[in-house]
Design a protein around this ligand. Structure first.
Ligand SMILES: *[C@@H]1O[C@H](CO)[C@@H](O)[C@H](O)[C@H]1NC(C)=O
Ligand SMILES: *[C@@H]1O[C@H](CO)[C@@H](O)[C@H](O)[C@H]1NC(C)=O
Length: 467
């Protein structure tokens, strides 16, 4: 505890230090930059386009012909924009006002320190004693400085200049990005509004409506946009689209709905109140193309996951039978693994909640809701045990993995039908042979147990429990 507080204090101190460092480096940076501007301005006098864009200190144009000079005293004075500051002065930046202040060093000690500083060295043999300068003299001195810098120090100067430019260019870039970002924040709602309007308009063609839905699907993945879909009345329009006579409309309305529903309790509640569940089940229970059913199943899955109330309604409305019929329907094989995955997820969801028995009111309420979802008894009653185990015949590893996991979860409940099931026994034996080979090959390539080894251990564990 104490250690934590201490650590926090240190962190706070570090932050402060970083801030101070930033402030000091920033002010010296500004100072040097002002000098550079004064110098480069003279250099590029013949109208060459140069660094003005990156001019960080002041936007005002520096005219080299009447270069203003700052007359330093022992007191802090404000340096006006465009004024050149002789080297060797103390310069401060007032972070609140953005003003620069400059004054002469307090005593000769400091002066000699300054002379030995890299900055003084860089300025070479030009000896500056600002207090004795007239405007003309300073101009001359500056010109001379430039001469000297052209020789040995010019490279260092250039590098540093580039460095400063880069740093401030990146700040400019950041600002640009911020601008774009806030612009985006403003318009995303507007975009949603326009898309919904396009979708709802009686003058839009079917193609235009589908295009609007495609775009909407992109936006509603974001939780905030999904909420806007709700407040703009778009959700009900989508639900209405589910029983459109146009298959494409059903498909894309389901698609957008599924995306908006994903892990979004507010949309889930509104959708079930809007009648989405019944309409999705109608799509799945009637004669529709595979793409339409695929998207409807996607929307149904998003609707049911982590929403026990919807799961309860799903069972009441006969949703499980609808899914079971799909598992025997020709041409719908692509949906089988999706259906098993959904059932597996819903069963595990409930089991995990039971394991994580917390005492919070929220957990209690959730547990109560889940207690009313009698999914596993319905699964057993409707003959899913063998429907699921028969899917082990699919050739894809992913499907088999999913089915094996589901069989494992169901093992205790389906023991009546699984024990003495020769079909299942044969399937497990065949799979064991296949995955023993694959797991051995896998082990040659990797040190750790891999994917096939895991599948093999599922097979063995199921076979063991069926004995
Ligand atoms: C859709 O259009 C109808 C008829 O023009 C209008 O009454 C309704 O408010 C619109 N709904 C949305 C969400 O824009
Ligand atoms: C869709 O269902 C709603 C009621 O839920 C109904 O009012 C509407 O007429 C149906 N649309 C079509 C095209 O069948």
């Amino acid at each position: 505890m104490f250690r934590n507080i201490c650590f926090l204090l240190i962190a706070a101190k570090l932050n402060l230090m970083v801030l101070l460092l930033l402030a000091t480096s920033f002010s010296s940076c500004l100072n040097e930059r002002a000098m550079e501007l004064a110098l480069t301005e003279k250099e590029d006098n013949d109208g060459k386009e140069q660094d003005e864009k990156e001019s960080l200190v002041e936007e005002s144009h520096l005219d080299s012909e009447d270069l203003e000079v700052f007359y330093p005293t022992n007191q802090w004075q404000v340096v006006q924009p465009g004024q050149a500051i002789p080297a060797g002065l103390h310069v401060q930046l007032n972070l609140q006002t953005g003003e620069r202040l400059a004054k002469l060093p307090d005593d000769s000690n400091e002066k000699s320190d300054l002379k030995d500083s890299p900055k003084t060295k860089r300025l070479g043999h030009v000896n500056i004693d600002p207090s004795s300068f007239t405007t003309q003299e300073l101009k001359k001195a500056l010109a001379k400085m430039k001469e000297s810098m052209k020789t040995d120090d010019i490279l260092e100067q250039k590098i540093r200049q580039e460095d400063v430019k880069k740093r401030f260019r990146s700040i400019d870039k950041l600002k640009e990005e911020f601008k774009e970002l806030s612009l985006q924040l403003e318009t995303e709602f507007e975009i949603m509004f326009k898309l919904i309007d396009k979708f709802n308009s009686s003058t839009s063609t079917l193609e235009e409506k589908i295009a609007a839905l495609r775009d909407l699907e992109y936006y509603v993945h974001q939780v905030d946009n999904a909420k806007d879909l709700l407040s703009l009345g778009g959700l009900q329009l989508l639900i209405n689209g589910l029983n459109s006579t146009e298959p494409l409309m059903k498909e894309y309305a389901s698609f957008v709905l599924g995306a908006a529903l994903s892990s979004n309790p507010r949309v889930q509640v509104a959708a079930i109140e809007g009648g989405a569940l019944q309409k999705l089940l109608v799509i799945l229970a009637t004669d529709q193309s595979l793409p339409v059913k695929k998207k409807a199943l996607f929307a149904l899955s998003s609707m049911l996951r982590h929403f026990p109330y919807a799961q309860q309604q799903f069972l009441k409305l006969g949703g499980l039978q609808v899914l079971r019929n799909l598992c025997t329907e020709k041409g719908m094989e692509a949906l089988h693994v999706r259906i098993v995955t959904l059932l597996y997820d819903l069963m595990v969801e409930k089991l995990l909640l039971k394991e994580s028995q917390g005492d919070s009111d929220q957990t209690k309420e959730k547990t109560q809701q889940y207690n009313q979802v009698n999914l596993v008894p319905a699964i057993v009653e409707q003959g899913w045990c063998t429907i699921i185990s028969n899917l082990l015949g699919f050739p894809e590893h992913d499907t088999r993995e999913k089915v094996l996991k589901t069989v494992q979860v169901l093992l205790d409940f389906c023991s009546d039908s699984y024990k003495g099931d020769h079909h299942l026994n044969n399937a497990l034996n065949l799979l064991r042979q296949e995955y023993e080979v694959l797991a051995a090959e896998e082990q040659k390539e990797e040190d750790e147990g891999g994917y096939f080894k895991e599948i093999l251990s599922s097979i063995n564990s199921i076979a063991q429990q069926l004995k």
